[in-house]
Write a protein that binds this ligand. Sequence first.
Ligand code: ATP
Ligand code: MG
Length: 196
Amino acid sequence: MKNIIWQKHRVGRRDRERLLKQKAAVVWFTGLSGSGKSTIASLLGEKIHEKGFLSYVLDGDNIRHGLSSDLGFSDADRMENIRRVGEVSVILSDAGVIVLAAFISPHQKSREAIRKMLADRFIEVYVKCSVSECKKRDPKGHYQKARTGGIKEFTGVSAPYETPLKPEIVLDTENDGVEESAEKVFQFLKDKGLLE
Ligand SMILES: Nc1ncnc2c1ncn2[C@@H]1O[C@H](COP(=O)(O)OP(=O)(O)OP(=O)(O)O)[C@@H](O)[C@H]1O
Ligand SMILES: [Mg+2]
């Protein structure tokens, strides 16, 4: 960028990781509304916390209250929302934190841009659940609202969702329970040597 030069600091991610005695990562949950992203991320966050590691859940609805309160749900705004959250994830993981991000993040291009910034620190988790099951769950009443015209551009109903092409983990929340799904990701992090 013109006239903007990156300022390098004395203390870096690896120093902070040593201080915290952990390795940073971004676990990115993507999937339809009601698929279980927030529920699973929250339980996983608790498991990681109980094991003595520092994690932080970045959650779609909470971010839209603040950082992205100026954005709507057009394709461009969704991409801008995810771009911002991606940058926040990069910053938090640079601080040494294990980030658990729970966002519909329907666009492959947006998710790939974040993967590019984080390389092998990015763990994409596809929270798989059919639209019909999500409609049945409808924890926020959004599907009902979308059906009666109260929400335009609703993912899976009137806006697209691009299924991840090569996610690190696929969770099948129609067949596996919340505990089982959270445990699956927890085990993946352990196997990757992130929780030791
Ligand atoms: N196997 C399961 N895994 C995850 N959630 C489940 C499962 N079975 C039922 N549920 C329920 O489905 C709902 C999922 O809602 P949740 O808010 O976690 O979805 P979300 O993916 O974060 O949606 P949004 O994109 O709207 O934030 C919860 O009420 C949860 O209790
Ligand atoms: Mg959620």
